[in-house]
Design a protein. Structure first.
Length: 84
């Protein structure tokens, strides 16, 4: 089943349209997006559970949804992030 804009927003919250489009075009499922989110924002917990490292598609999603260092620096300065 194809992932929708609403699916992406339900997992990631407010995200820019470009990121949403890239995620949809990746062909990922909602389950894969949820797993990517879990790896991006809670990887230690997943590793401690003994889960295997993410596959190629999930790794690509992680790259799309993880905040860049620049975004993290902006948040620290009180500026809104462009992604997530």
């Amino acid at each position: 089943m194809t992932i929708t804009r609403q699916d992406v927003v339900s997992v990631l919250g407010p995200v820019d349209d470009g990121t949403i489009a890239e995620i949809i075009m990746s062909g990922a499922s909602l389950e894969e997006l949820r797993e990517a989110w879990a790896w991006a924002f809670g990887d230690e917990a997943l590793m401690n559970q003994g889960r295997p490292l993410p596959g190629t598609r999930i790794a690509a999603l992680i790259d799309l949804i993880e905040p860049d260092e620049e975004d993290v620096a902006d948040l620290a300065r009180g500026k809104p992030s462009a992604v997530c």
